[in-house]
Design a protein around this ligand. Structure first.
Ligand code: M7G
Length: 183
């Protein structure tokens, strides 16, 4: 038998389309709930660095849509890792895979339930990785998830991580969103 995961996860793909809204451009690809099915999926799709610029992958727990508006996200936020352009070749795919493995392996101990999912944005200005949690007011949970992520990704001091509340991001389109927590 295959190795069951604690949760069922759904992969989403976003590709910009001028004729569609942002929400309509989010496509649900597939869901899986075993380690083997995760690897078949991962090995079958393009890596993040191979996606066209402007595209995203999101992986969320089944039933949570990869958007601020979802009930599980609306009071939450994300740990955001901003990569510089050169890191697309050196770090992007490694970091994204490590984030996925942390999530499906429930690496955040007692706080794993607060994790909603993760997003990778492939962008000309620099790629971004975000891990989304459900409650921005739970400082203990947010900080522990951030610390664990930093440790597992071996993020050094040259890359900073900030936690941004979705309610702030939502109203700040175009400009910088403030960090509520930093690591
Ligand atoms: P982005 O793709 O997160 O970053 O947001 P980018 O600026 O580096 O491309 C781009 C735009 O997509 C936002 O300004 C919103 O218009 C839209 N957008 C992004 N997210 C995560 C959401 C969301 O959760 N809900 C809605 N309604 N729009 C979003």
């Amino acid at each position: 038998i295959k190795h069951p995961l604690q949760n069922t996860w759904t992969l989403w793909y976003y590709e910009p389309d001028k004729n569609k809204s942002w929400e309509e451009s989010q496509r649900e690809i597939t869901s899986f709930d075993t380690a083997e099915d995760f690897w078949s999926l991962y090995n079958h799709i393009k890596t993040a660095s191979e996606l066209r610029q402007g595209c995203d992958y999101s992986m969320f727990k089944q039933g949570i849509r990869p958007m601020w508006e979802d009930d599980q996200n609306k009071c939450g936020g994300r740990w955001l890792i901003n990569l510089d352009k050169r890191q697309r070749t050196t770090d992007l795919d490694n970091f994204w895979l490590e984030i996925l493995l942390c999530m499906i392996g429930e690496a955040f101990n007692e706080y794993s339930d607060d994790v909603c999912g993760a997003v990778v944005n492939v962008r000309p200005k620099g790629d971004k990785l975000g891990i989304w949690t459900s409650n921005a007011d739970s400082a203990d949970s947010v900080m522990e998830i951030g610390r664990k992520l930093k440790e597992r990704l071996r993020i050094t001091s040259k890359t900073t991580m900030g936690y941004q509340v979705h309610k702030d991001t939502m109203i700040k389109a175009g400009s910088q969103t403030r960090n509520t927590y930093t690591l």
